[in-house]
Each structure stands twice: as structure tokens, then as C-alpha cells.
Design a protein around this ligand. Structure first.
Ligand SMILES: [Zn+2]
Length: 243
């Protein structure tokens, strides 16, 4: 039976002479793998739908538990993301985290929406993508059920001022007197605090309020945090931070 779903392409691998196996994120069924036949041939009709970051409505034919993409109609190809190495890797961080935080046969509507929103933000701000990446990572971490907070010190209960620390086990900041975890700057704290409140409010159309330096530091902290919580590396995020 044919199945029609909006999906974001997370990754693709070549196989055979001209085919590709794609991994897609859908709202209804989480991660879906499907074959795309002949898409590496010059002029192939569905070639666009096997490219990085493609967001489209895909039609799947299912046979013996295997999916094949038979049609696709484009919502957004995010082609500008491929125009420079920085935005390419920023976008690759988004699809990498979606891949890591989703499974087959799970509802993934909120993750799909926040990934597409992040790609739009990065594409529209190619020179300053960090805010959109921080916002995405914070929301994805929270959707995946990992704790993350930036309020008063959870150890002593006091308001945090000046130097602060981030506890990788609990995902929370604490004060210099309690000093649990790794040191974190004030700008990191504000960047993460902003992203948490935007995620909780469900705000989509927003502009950055914290310092640019804070977003970069926040990305380093989020990389450490996701690594600690999931016990895995994020190669695209590591590459992006090393650019
Ligand atoms: Zn404290």
C-alpha cells in the first residue's frame, strides 16, 4: 500500500549502480528507511529528493516490509545551506541530532517541526547560525527527555551571579560556591536560558537576544552534555565547532 508523509532527509548512502538508500524523519513514523531507485542517474526525476536536507512530501510503496520512494514533492530543498562549509555543517548537526534522537515507529512531529524551523533559521542567517543551532539543540535535548534547566542554583537555592558551573549529570547550572560540574561562563548561561524559555513557549519566529559569543560557548557545552548523557559523539557538531 502507498503511504504519503512529509519527511526530512537525514542521510543517504549509495548502493548498486545508481540507487540510494535514504533515512528520513517523519512525524507519523519517526525514522523511515527507503530505497530510491535510479536517483544517481543524470536527469533522474527524484534526484532532488535524495539530496542532503531535502524536506518534501514523500510517497512510499511498501512491499515485504521494505519501502521504496515512488514520488516526492518538494517543500524546501534548503539549497543555500550547501553554499558554504559553515552552514553545511550547521545543518548537518541538525540532521545528525535528529538521527540520534529518533527511532523507527515513534511519533516525531515536534522534532520534525523544530528541525525544519532550525534549517530555515540557519538558511536565512548564513553568517550567524549559532543562535538557531543552540535553540534547536536545546529543544531536541528536552524533547528527547534529557533534563536541562537554567534557573537559581539547585544545590543552595540562591540566585546565580558571576561565575557558575554546569552539572553534566543533571543538566543544570549552579553557583560558584557550590561548584558542581564544569565551569561555564555567564554568556553561556544566558544563551541556554534564552533557548530553554523559547522552547517552553514554543516560539518559532524569534531573533537572538544573548551575546554571539554565548551561543558558540553554549554549543560547546551542549556537545559535552549530549556526549555525556548519550555516551556518543556527534561528529558533525565536532566538525562545526572546529571550523
Ligand atoms: Zn549554590
Amino acid at each position: 500500500m502507498d503511504l504519503k508523509m512529509d519527511a526530512l532527509l537525514l542521510r543517504a548512502a549509495d548502493y548498486g549502480e545508481s540507487d540510494r538508500m535514504v533515512t528520513l524523519l517523519t512525524a507519523e513514523r519517526g525514522k523511515v528507511s527507503a530505497a530510491m531507485k535510479g536517483v544517481r542517474k543524470a536527469g533522474a526525476k527524484l534526484r532532488f529528493a535524495s539530496q542532503p536536507f531535502c524536506f518534501a512530501e514523500y510517497v512510499f510503496a511498501e512491499k515485504n516490509g521494505r519501502n521504496t520512494v515512488t514520488q516526492a514533492s518538494l517543500h524546501d530543498g534548503f539549497y543555500d545551506l550547501r553554499t558554504n562549509v559553515s552552514s553545511y555543517y550547521a545543518a548537518a548537526c541538525v540532521t545528525e541530532v535528529c538521527d540520534r534522537f529518533s527511532m523507527e515507529n515513534m511519533a516525531a512531529g515536534p522534532l520534525l517541526v523544530c528541525a525544519v524551523t532550525a534549517l530555515e533559521g540557519i538558511e536565512q542567517h548564513l553568517d550567524a547560525p549559532n543562535f538557531y543551532l543552540v535553540k534547536f539543540l536545546v529543544e531536541a535535548v528536552m524533547l528527547a527527555g534529557y533534563p536541562l534547566s537554567a534557573g537559581d542554583c539547585p544545590v543552595c537555592g540562591k540566585k546565580i551571579a558571576g561565575r557558575r558551573f554546569f552539572d553534566l549529570r543533571t543538566g543544570s547550572f549552579n553557583c560558584a560556591a557550590c561548584a558542581v560540574g564544569v565551569p561555564a561562563s555567564e554568556s553561556t548561561y544566558h544563551a541556554i536560558r534564552e533557548a530553554i524559555s523559547l522552547a517552553e513557549e514554543g516560539e518559532r519566529d524569534v531573533a537572538p537576544q544573548a551575546e554571539e559569543d554565548g551561543y558558540l560557548r553554549a554549543l560547546r557545552l551542549l556537545r559535552a552534555y549530549i556526549g555525556y548523557q548519550t555516551d556518543t559523539e556527534l561528529p558533525a557538531l565536532a566538525q562545526y565547532l572546529s571550523l
